[in-house]
Design a protein around this ligand. Sequence first.
Ligand SMILES: Cc1cc2nc3c(=O)[nH]c(=O)nc-3n(C[C@H](O)[C@H](O)[C@H](O)COP(=O)(O)O)c2cc1C
Length: 149
Amino acid sequence: MRARVVYDTTYGNTRIIAEVIARELGREAAILNVADLTETSLAGVDVLVVGCPINGWRPTAKMQAFLDSLAPGSLAGVRAAAFDTRIKLFIHGDAAGKISQVLAAAGAIIVGKPQGFIVVGTEGPLAPGQTGKAGAWAAFIGAELRATA
Ligand SMILES: Cc1cc2nc3c(=O)[nH]c(=O)nc-3n(C[C@H](O)[C@H](O)[C@H](O)COP(=O)(O)O)c2cc1C
């Protein structure tokens, strides 16, 4: 099960979450900064987890550019999930849900509900318990993947 966790980050908090998720998904999982993606980076990937900070109520510009590059059907057969990092505001917007919709539109099979992880202020750090929550979310996704393999 070749898994990739594609992430964007400005201050490093989303990378920490991506690392936790990849570790939980196992030996064949790796993280990839969205800025480093090439046309072949996702070739042969079975599982794709995508996450970024919410910026202005939506995914970051770099993540949006990646999402815009996904042709319909390009993720056919890939199982996928999405997450974001966000500040705990009354109205914080959403990135994970929007990412998930684009992945589905590209043909991915969505496993697990889109998930948000909280940072304490713009630069972080992650709020208490968020790495544990990320590990649990990834473990749930891993179980879903095994159950439907
Ligand atoms: C320009 C900018 C816009 C932001 N807009 C939002 C927002 O709409 N909603 C929100 O919850 N957080 C917002 N944030 C906070 C980011 O989500 C937070 O900085 C990010 O989760 C930190 O992750 P990182 O360390 O991976 O960059 C914004 C941050 C910046 C810098």
